[in-house]
Design a protein. Sequence first.
Length: 366
Amino acid sequence: MAEVITLDSLRRAPKVLLHDHLDGGLRPATVIDLAADAGHTLPTTDPGELQAWFTAGASRRDLDLYLQPFQHTVACLQTREAIERVAAECVEDLVADGVVYAEVRMAPELCIERGLTADDAVEAVLAGFQRAAADHPIEVGLIVTAMRHAARSTEIAEVALRHLHQGVVGFDIAGSESGNPPSRHLAAFSLIARANSHVTIHAGEAFGLPSIWEALQICGAERLGHGVRIVDDITIDGDGATHLGSLAAYVRDRRVPLEMCPTSNVHTGVCASIEEHPIKLLRDLRFRVTVNTDNRLMSDITLSEELFKLHQAFGWGWDDLQWLTINAMKSAFWPFDRRLRIIDQQIKPGYAALRTSSLQPSGAER
């Protein structure tokens, strides 16, 4: 019997998303509405054209260029009402894509240009999440993010801690890695650690091993946002034998989760195509790989589409996709018993049903 996996069947699969930016995942029509309310000029007010514009802008093979279109989405996130609407729509879109657990991140310091405080911004996000999730089988947590090029990370860490156990599940830094090492924000990470909270750090996306090493060994990251450049510490002999350097071995041995975002990585120039993405090598070597969207608007992507691309590129079947999903749930900033419940009651039964329903007779059996 041969497995048949379609995009539609993948949408029905229970999925877990750990790396998704709120300001990179707005609906195009919502951007148009909110920009009009804010008096902000967009390149176009046609939803289809705007989607194409964002994706073209994000596909320039450079992280700094990839980040430029965010000026338009950030301009739309300057009031409580706008932020709450976007947060609620985010949850609705994830539910429609079959996501059962999500951690969405946002940078409150980007939302204070028109009078809001960082606390106001966080509270609006949480209100939107809670309103939308109330009637759906999904759990959603917020990762509060500081901008690594700015000097407000300790303040933002304090904001995160004020809303811990109210929907905030962790802390992160984001933005351009070049010239902005994680260690610049050590005070913020220390504050989070002293509160027994969780840290994930964007590292190893556009910059290499030093960024990953600092994130882990200096700043105490539990997960790596992207982390794709860990492959720089892996060598492959002519006969195909692989050798891990000390940092790569540490990441694998300690089961450090890698929040991989394949389509985004293609857009930012990490690799030329999904087929060339290091995720296959890292999965084959049994790193703790997870699959994520990064920015659904910018990359015009859903988590189901990310997984379907991997299925097409590498022939991964339901067992592989379940493995990736359970990896993500194991790595979530969520209480252990609740993680286990989602794995046992939603993920495993969901994939078992899909595995059975997707079997078709092979050519020899027909």
